[in-house]
Write a protein that binds this ligand. Structure first.
Ligand SMILES: Cc1cc2nc3c(=O)[nH]c(=O)nc-3n(C[C@H](O)[C@H](O)[C@H](O)COP(=O)(O)O)c2cc1C
Length: 273
């Protein structure tokens, strides 16, 4: 079922795979790693065994070690990561052109490497990949929001939408998607252990990687409220399954603003026990 195979010629019987297996299902049979058939069902499918093996002797789930990226050169250095984290900004001005489909696919594929609870990996990325499509959706949303503003008014806790609608009517400010050409909602079945957390982590991963390609992002709480609470028909309109919890939403595209330096922030409160 999980296709766990060992190259017994190159395997040094070091036992690292067994020691690192979070499900503790790899036994060392005379030094040779093995997973008993009845334990296969317990496998997290996390591939720790494949990635920890120093001699590329392990294959699992039909995956070959030669198809992994090598970590021999090390990870990005801390200064690069610090700059990436501190240099990231919420982008609210976008160029008109779409991000190329291959680049969007690459972003999503890297975001899929984000960790998930129990390695469940049940996320679904709902993507609007074309500005023209998002324009239509925005207009549909605005018609409904204007109607609410002029009719019953917004429900308790969402009164701030009235001010947003005024901005739209007076200045044409797109408070829903911030003028971005693309929109992304991450969702997962409500039945898994961590559907919302998995989505948030995936979007954080997506956002940081996007910066390295020069693509801007903005976390989109307003759109999330609209789709998740205020106008749930748009959850259906976007094709998000009814039994899915929304992790969060994000708009993205090529930025029409560049930042010259990082913000200066005080560290958050820390409580040492
Ligand atoms: C959960 C979350 C929801 C957000 N929702 C919105 C939003 O609906 N519209 C918006 O323009 N910015 C939104 N933002 C962006 C924040 O306002 C922004 O991250 C914050 O002001 C700090 O700025 P920075 O991201 O440039 O560092 C959101 C951010 C987070 C983390």
């Amino acid at each position: 079922m999980i296709d766990f195979t060992v190259n017994t010629v190159t395997c040094t019987k070091c036992g690292l795979c067994a020691a690192d297996c979070p499900a503790r299902i790899i036994s060392l049979d005379g030094g040779n790693p093995r997973i008993a058939p009845e334990k296969e069902v317990l496998c997290y499918k996390c591939q720790h065994c494949l990635t920890v093996c120093p001699t590329a002797s392990l294959s699992i789930l039909g995956l070959q070690p030669c198809n992994s990226l090598s970590l021999a050169g090390g990870l990005p250095d801390s200064a690069s990561m610090e700059l990436l984290i501190k240099g990231r900004r919420a982008v609210r001005k976008y160029k008109t052109e779409n991000v190329e489909p291959e680049t969007i696919a690459q972003l999503l594929s890297v975001a899929s490497h984000a960790p998930s609870g129990k390695n469940d990996r049940q996320l679904r990325f709902t993507v609007v990949d074309d500005r023209a499509k998002l324009d239509v959706i925005r207009d549909e949303i605005m018609v409904k929001l204007v109607a609410i503003a002029q009719g019953t008014g917004f429900p308790a806790g969402m009164e701030f939408f009235a001010g947003c609608v005024r901005q739209w009517e007076i200045d044409g400010i797109d408070f829903v998607f911030r003028g971005a050409p693309h929109f992304l909602v991450v969702s997962a079945p409500k039945s898994i252990v961590t559907p919302v957390e998995d989505g948030l982590i995936a979007l954080s991963t997506f956002e940081l990687y996007a910066q390295t390609l020069g693509i801007g992002t903005v976390w989109d709480g307003l759109a999330k409220f609209i789709i998740g609470d205020l106008l749930p028909e748009f959850k259906v309109r976007l094709g998000i399954p009814d039994d899915h919890a929304i992790g969060y939403a994000m708009a993205f595209g090529w930025p029409a603003v560049q930042y010259t330096r990082t913000a200066q922030r005080e560290p958050d409160a820390v409580h040492y026990v």
